[in-house]
Design a protein around this ligand. Structure first.
Ligand code: ATP
Ligand code: MG
Length: 391
């Protein structure tokens, strides 16, 4: 096949990655880089993970890799994937597959010996780009042209492909948010098929929905995609009650204040408590989302937010509050936030002992802390001890 283009990437040349390709090729197997690593290199944007496609069956690929002195971990063996760890770097090696059956929750696949079949079971043309070990790009389905045009296009009939795996609805909006052309908008046929099947998103596992939604929200500017999701009726099924109208303002404020994209801050801007039922966040993520959402909805002043939440969460809460209210954020507010984040409560438990003990000690400390916050941190240690009445 004629090479459609060439990539010349540091990650492909590094010895750890070259060794994986060399081992498979030396064993007489086919091996190609595929998916995000090829797509992002062509776009000149950072590559997240390395996916390799091969005609070797997973057990065979594992044997070849181990014989070459690298580690093969059966991370997704049921869908044909092993993780090859070479010099500490992970590579997802997946056997060529073809879709054979559909259950809507996950595509059911069989192994194949042909790259062309493997390409057709992938989701979008821009994700079906391959490159050989020398960097020659193989483009069996016209993905390069779509990639250059910023067009996220389903491979085959969008409705059929969505019915094989409803996660592709969310992936459609995710890839548009990252790589789509803002002026052209979303591909009409894909969009119509997503709208038609929107309700089926609820059949997906919470883990898959959450991971896809967070990747979408991490895009530099997900506002247009999230608005389109709402219009197509997709957002209401992914996250009932979500309101995308503050997203564009949030992104503007983030940029004004030099904050990098943050999927949880964006999720909070959708202002939907249904995440508790619809999504599966880690305990740490859930806690952060709760804290910044609650603080944004409350009326604590910036200094208090800085003190109670710390600089980062406090700033998240303030930016979120401003985005939800359609207001801007003054430098004065930021100053007060920073002051609050630096403030140190001048009383330690020992200062109130033995005058207070046990439960009464805890209560006295929190009463004094409340008074100190309310004073704008102006009450001194002596003022506070006097209030405590320990003399
Ligand atoms: P990222 O930069 O986020 O890693 P990616 O394109 O590599 O983007 P992955 O989720 O890592 O996305 O998937 C790797 C490749 O596997 C995709 O490019 C696509 O070809 C294929 N793929 C992944 N999930 C699906 C799916 N649900 N349906 C069809 N193809 C899929
Ligand atoms: Mg990937």
């Amino acid at each position: 096949m004629k090479a459609a283009a060439r990539i010349d990437a540091d990650w492909a040349r590094r010895p750890e990655t070259a060794a994986v390709m060399r081992a498979l090729l030396a064993a007489g197997k086919q091996a190609f880089f595929v998916g995000g690593c090829v797509r992002n290199t062509l776009l000149g944007v950072p590559v997240k993970d390395i996916d390799i496609a091969t005609d070797a069956r997973p057990e065979e690929a594992a044997r070849i890799i181990e014989a070459a002195g690298m580690k093969a971990v059966p991370t997704g063996i049921e869908h044909g994937t092993i993780t090859v760890v070479s010099g500490g770097i992970a590579h997802e090696v997946t056997t060529f597959r073809k879709d054979v059956q559909t259950d809507g929750r996950r595509a059911v696949v069989a192994y194949s010996g042909k790259l062309e079949e493997d390409a057709r079971r992938r989701d979008f043309t821009m994700n079906a780009l391959y490159a050989d070990a020398e960097g020659n790009v193989i483009d069996p389905l016209g993905g390069l042209e779509d990639l250059r045009a910023g067009r996220v296009r389903f491979i085959g009939a969008p409705s059929d492909r969505i019915r094989e795996d409803y996660l592709r609805i969310l992936r459609f909006f995710r890839f548009h948010a990252w790589y789509g052309d803002a002026d052209c908008g979303l591909d009409p046929a894909g969009l119509a098929a997503c709208a038609e099947n929107a309700a089926q998103i609820e059949r997906l596992s919470k883990e898959r929905t959450t991971s896809e939604l967070l990747k979408l929200l991490e895009a530099p500017d997900p506002a247009a995609s999230v608005m389109a999701m709402e219009k197509a009726g997709v957002l209401a099924h992914a996250l009932p009650g979500a309101d995308p109208s503050a997203m564009a303002r949030l992104v503007t404020l983030e940029r004004e204040h030099g904050l990098p994209p943050d999927p949880l801050r964006r999720l909070a801007a959708l202002d939907a408590d249904s995440w508790r039922e619809s999504l599966r966040l880690s305990r740490k993520q859930a806690r952060r989302l709760e804290r910044i959402s609650e603080a944004a909805r409350g009326d604590a002043d910036p200094a208090e937010l800085g003190y109670l939440l710390g600089l980062d969460h406090g700033r998240d809460a303030m930016i979120l509050r401003a985005a939800l209210a359609g207001e801007s954020l003054s430098p004065e507010d930021i100053n007060r936030l920073e002051q609050g984040a630096k403030a140190k409560f001048p009383i330690r438990p020992e200062d109130l002992m033995p005058c207070y003990q046990g439960k009464a000690l805890g209560e006295a400390l929190s009463r004094l802390e409340g008074a100190w916050i309310a004073s704008g941190f102006s009450l001194t240690r002596d003022d506070l001890l006097e209030r405590a009445g320990c003399g």
